[in-house]
Design a binder for this molecule. Structure first.
Ligand SMILES: Nc1ncnc2c1ncn2[C@@H]1O[C@H](COP(=O)(O)OP(=O)(O)OP(=O)(O)O)[C@@H](O)[C@H]1O
Ligand SMILES: [Mg+2]
Length: 253
């Protein structure tokens, strides 16, 4: 099953959620592939324990632009069972370069067909835009996970994302489902956080994961160690929430 983790709004917790749900699924005993489709490459640096892809390493840019097989770009991570297709800054021009290509929306789908048969779960971390790379991820995906930050403007942009999902379903990937909306960076001390969770649940009944990820300092520390928080501090509240989200992802099918 292929999951795209997308929301064109920046900084809502896409990368943190992709990395931690992927790591949690691996810790539960699954074979998991994390695909970094964002030129910022934060998912890449978040699972390599301070290492970096070597100078000759193949990346998602080579996969999308040059048809390099995912298997030749695949790397081990610090989490047993979790492999990575790294990103690099080279991906920054990809969305524009792809415009000229034949079958431009279906390149990631084709590239991920073989790995999807090999891995129980493939998770794609998308960039903060609805560009052609994100469209490729939506076309490749069976399911979508949408991180939503618990803040006042949470719903802003979601209708545009839902419209895009509708267009992708109509034209390119009728099977695209929504695994869930994931409320992130919840702060129980502020009233607004609770209100936003309630508002999003009302707006999207049944679509929001039960587990809510709290704002937690351990989440901000873990990337500097190149570790998902579920490994860096498995006891912290955010790690527990991500383990719960992973169980819900499995249950929702
Ligand atoms: N639960 C949390 N508690 C504390 N900080 C968090 C939490 N989740 C995410 N953050 C922080 O918020 C920032 C944005 O998170 P993240 O990079 O996951 O978002 P993103 O949606 O991938 O961003 P972009 O749109 O730039 O790709 C990061 O600095 C991250 O460490
Ligand atoms: Mg990100």
């Amino acid at each position: 099953m292929i999951y795209a983790v997308a929301n064109q709004k920046g900084g809502v917790g896409k990368t943190t959620s992709t990395v931690n749900i992927a790591a949690a699924l691996a810790l539960m005993g699954n074979r998991v592939l994390l695909v970094d489709a964002d030129p910022q490459a934060n998912a890449t640096s978040g699972v390599l324990g301070g290492e970096r892809p070597g100078p000759g390493a193949r990346t998602m840019a080579d996969v999308l632009l040059d048809g390099v097989p995912v298997a030749s770009a695949c790397m081990r991570t610090t989490v047993p069972g979790l492999d990575l297709v790294p990103a690099s800054g080279d991906l920054a021009g990809a969305a524009v370069e792809l415009v000229e290509r034949e079958g431009r929306e279906g390149l990631m789908r084709a590239a991920l067909a073989a790995p999807a048969a090999e891995y129980g779960f493939v998770l794609v971390d998308c960039p903060p835009s609805l560009d052609l790379v994100t469209i490729n991820a939506l076309v490749a995906a069976d399911r979508l996970i949408v991180p939503v930050q618990c803040e006042y403007y949470a719903l802003e942009g979601l209708s545009r994302l839902m419209e895009t999902i509708g267009e992708v379903r109509a034209r390119l990937n009728p099977a695209l489902g929504i695994s869930g909306l994931l409320m992130t960076m919840h702060d129980p001390r502020t009233r607004i956080s609770g209100e936003v969770v309630a508002e999003v649940r009302t707006h999207f009944p049944g679509l929001v994961f039960e587990a809510v990820v709290p704002r937690n300092v351990r989440v901000t520390e873990s990337p500097s160690y190149g570790e998902p928080v579920v490994r860096y501090d498995p006891q912290c509240a955010a790690a527990a929430a991500y383990m719960q989200v992973a169980r819900e992802v499995v249950e929702r099918g």
